[in-house]
Ligand binder design. Structure first.
Ligand code: BG6
Length: 481
């Protein structure tokens, strides 16, 4: 399937929360850009029926209840809430090419209806947006009904630990070929995450200092002010390590730590991420702090004595010549002091003292901003003005929103827009390889075995006090607002 365009998209879970917040808005944006491409083409060469479609016919499968009218209202509201007032023509075109099937995805009858709706499609992409416990049953019913083979998109977390990830993969491989299983980690679709790679590999001055000789530590912070937001029942079976550390944060570790890919192919990139994670030692229990915000146990769906962590801070070490001795410090939590995602790379301060300097230079730093204002801030030492020459730290900020688009695509795309577009076009670079999944579960395995209650922290803080000690001297870098 990879490298061939899909001729249909099947959304299992089409009326769920992820579909509302991410998938329908992404399909609407793709339809919008398809329409503007079509109108550009017809201006140049007259109307063309053969133009490549960004969005093929869609079969949306949701739980029984809303009927066609309720479903259309759901999609329109989702698009309105996430993208603002929609363009009526684009929304109508999207709905007109969507067939709605109501039913249970684990039952033959529902999937036979899907098979009928697919008509002559031979290369559909299936989005498996059903809760993890139903995923394997849905896959085996897909096999039993002999739905046309294509590619399948599977949400994170991929499994619940190493063994269950392997079981899930094995059940997928009974129905799909290995290259057609597209594992989602939406951070791989974020433009600001790809900016990290652009900075590293397209600016030789940075890549040439990217190792333990010049880098003293790497910090990755993912913090959210909000709590579990009504997702308590779901979160109880997951926790911060499974929800964010095993997936999003380890992908970021992989991108900072990876060697240059052997060539410019998606496969070489995916190989290098997996290689980098293969060098990460499993987290040592003494290098892990788990926390739970006060009030979590009172959330709907949460056990009164829950030991699920809403915060995790850890130090990872990498067995690779490039990174020996450089700590990778990770933290992720809900109910914290601010909302941000940052990767901060600190350089070893230079020992050179300028003859006119008043003080030692501080460490230079690159701060990659992944959330909110995506971009980067380069902190360099500069001569201060006037009688005190410093050196003083100066921030050189880059906001990706200020970077002009190189084509007429109309600015930034949200992660799921890239991911759906790639899946429909058979591109695999923004999906997670099974080797990476396995290495990530291996790295966090000791954290999943901890049974003690996490340390309580007040909402709006930076997590348990003990986490502040993890980085040693220098402490955690506070994310920019
Ligand atoms: C999801 C997690 O994968 O990522 C959520 O399940 C988390 O708990 C979210 O809030 C964060 O994503 P983003 O794109 O807002 O950083």
């Amino acid at each position: 399937m990879p490298n061939a365009s899909a001729d249909a998209l099947v959304l299992f879970g089409a009326t769920g929360d992820l579909a509302r917040r991410k998938l329908w808005p992404a399909l609407y944006r793709l339809s919008l850009s398809e329409l503007s491409e079509l109108s550009e083409l017809s201006e140049l060469s007259g109307p063309s029926e053969s133009s490549e479609r960004r969005v093929p016919p869609v079969v949306a499968v949701g739980l029984p209840g809303p009927g066609r009218a309720g479903f259309e209202k759901f999609v329109a509201a989702a698009v309105h809430d996430m993208c603002g007032p929609p363009d009526g023509t684009v929304l109508r075109r999207l709905l007109a090419r969507t067939c709605f099937v109501e039913g249970d995805t684990t039952r033959r009858g529902t999937l036979e209806e899907v098979a009928g709706a697919l008509r002559s499609a031979v290369r559909p992409v299936y989005f498996l947006g059903v809760p993890p416990p139903r995923a394997i049953a849905t896959i085996s019913t897909m096999g039993a009904v002999r739905l046309p083979q294509g590619a399948v998109l599977v949400e994170k977390p991929f499994g619940n630990d190493l063994d269950s990830a392997r079981r899930l993969n094995a059940s997928l491989l009974k129905v799909f070929s290995a290259g057609s299983v597209l594992r989602i980690d939406h951070y791989l679709g974020k433009e600001a995450v790809e900016n990290l790679l652009a900075f590293r590999f397209c600016n030789p001055f940075l890549e040439s200092v990217w190792d333990r000789r010049t880098i003293s530590r790497v910090q990755i912070t993912h913090c959210e002010v909000r709590g579990v937001d009504g997702r308590g029942a779901l979160y109880e079976g997951i926790g911060a390590v499974r929800d964010v550390v095993q997936s999003h944060l380890l992908q970021l570790v992989g991108m900072v730590a990876m060697e240059r890919p052997a060539d410019g192919t998606a496969e070489a990139f995916r190989e290098r991420i997996a290689d980098a994670l293969a060098g990460v030692r499993p987290v040592a229990p003494g290098h892990l702090v788990r926390g739970q915000y006060a009030g979590y146990r009172a959330e709907a769906g949460v056990a009164a004595d829950s030991t699920v962590e809403t915060f995790a801070a850890l130090r990872l070490d990498i067995d690779a010549e490039r990174w020996r001795g450089v700590p990778f410090l990770l933290r992720s939590g809900k109910g914290l002091a601010s909302t941000a995602i940052e990767v901060v790379v600190d350089f070893v301060p230079t020992e050179h003292r300028l003859w006119f300097a008043r003080r030692e230079p501080g460490p230079a730093r690159v701060r990659f901003r992944i959330g909110g204002h995506g971009g980067a801030v380069l902190t360099l030492n500069a001569r201060g003005p006037g009688a005190d020459p410093g050196p003083v730290p100066v921030d050189l900020p880059l906001d990706l929103a200020d970077v002009p688009a190189a084509d007429a695509s109309g600015g930034a795309w949200e992660a799921y827009t890239h991911l759906l577009s790639d899946a429909l076009q058979g591109r695999t670079g923004r999906f997670v390889s099974m080797r990476t999944v396995e290495e990530s579960w291996r790295v966090v395995a000791p954290a999943l075995e901890v049974r003690e209650a996490p340390l309580e922290y007040p909402p709006g803080s930076w997590g348990p006090r003990k986490a502040a000690d993890l980085p040693g001297g220098g402490g955690w870098c506070v994310p920019l607002p």
